[in-house]
Ligand binder design. Structure first.
Ligand code: 9WO
Length: 264
């Protein structure tokens, strides 16, 4: 899969995708990355890429012309550039979800556009952008961090990007539930011990415990996610077990799961 990233800070994207799973995927040829800097396609000695907004107001707006030339150059490079979807990372975009990541991972090539300043001339967005995506309801300094999130989440789904163990772990998490707790040595830290089932060697019991923790933690912390997961009879039984134990432990005034709170 190829990513073309339009950014005023190509070095950021290069570094953010040179480590870990993404870095390994690039080394293995699973991911190809090219960065495109609008400043290289700007005119004049100052290589101007922004201008004051019409109507006044704070900040600057990215100019259409350098962006259009940058996008044209990216589309001319390599194969499939003309058809590649242009994704603009912005607070105004649709919320990024794992399901959307899975869809993006099936694309042979993606062009990710990272804005800066106050924003981008709307005519460029209306004419060229196929999809706006947001990683959350907050304003960053630019779209680069969000682009790195997309590249990381997509790369993990590509065949061969994860080792067998990681891939198995990913498969369980990929079913829309939160992850289960993880423990490692030492067995005891102060009064805190590792759940006995994890030391039992009973792989069936361990798998059931992990699934129950996934279901229970999702119920406690993200009931909105749980509502979207089709539970079979076994899952429903495990979740009922978790709920009964949680309610039995919870103080009378806490008989309602905390919305996104801790302890669970
Ligand atoms: C800047 C600004 C300054 C004062 C008041 C409001 C403001 N809004 C912005 C703004 O949205 N700047 C953006 C910077 C322009 C497009 C690129 N930037 C960006 C992308 N900030 N945050 C994102 C982003 C991308 C994906 N998911 C979440 C946030």
């Amino acid at each position: 899969m190829r990513f073309d990233v339009i950014t005023l800070f190509p070095e950021f994207i290069g570094q953010a995708t040179s480590i870990g799973v993404v870095g390994r995927a690039r080394e293995r040829g699973l991911v190809e990355l090219a960065t495109w800097n609008p400043r290289d396609h700007a005119e004049g000695g100052y290589r101007k890429v922004d201008e004051r907004p019409f109507g006044g107001g704070p900040g600057m707006v990215m100019l259409d012309a350098p962006l259009s030339r940058t996008l044209a150059a990216a589309r001319r490079a390599g194969e499939g550039g003309a058809e590649a979807r242009l994704v603009y990372l912005s607070p105004q975009g649709a919320r990024l979800t794992q399901r959307r990541i899975e869809a993006l991972a099936s694309e042979p090539r993606l062009i990710l556009f990272c804005g800066r300043y106050e924003g981008v001339d709307q005519r460029f967005i209306d004419r060229e952008v196929d999809e706006e995506l947001s990683i959350g309801d907050y304003v960053l300094s630019g779209g680069e961090l969000a682009a790195a999130v997309v590249i990381d989440a997509v790369a993990r789904l590509l065949d061969g990007a994860l080792g067998n163990a990681e891939s198995a772990a990913r498969d369980s998490f990929g079913d829309g539930l939160l992850d289960c707790p993880h423990y490692t040595r030492p067995e005891r830290i102060g009064d805190d011990e590792v759940p006995a089932v994890l030391l039992s060697g009973d792989h069936g019991a361990i798998a059931r415990w992990r699934r129950r923790e996934q279901l229970g933690r999702t119920w406690l912390r993200r009931p909105d996610l749980l509502a979207r997961v089709a539970l079979d009879a076994g899952d429903r039984a495990l979740l009922d077990e978790y709920r009964r134990e949680w309610l039995a432990r919870a103080r009378p005034e806490r008989r309602q799961p905390p919305s996104g709170g801790r302890r669970g």
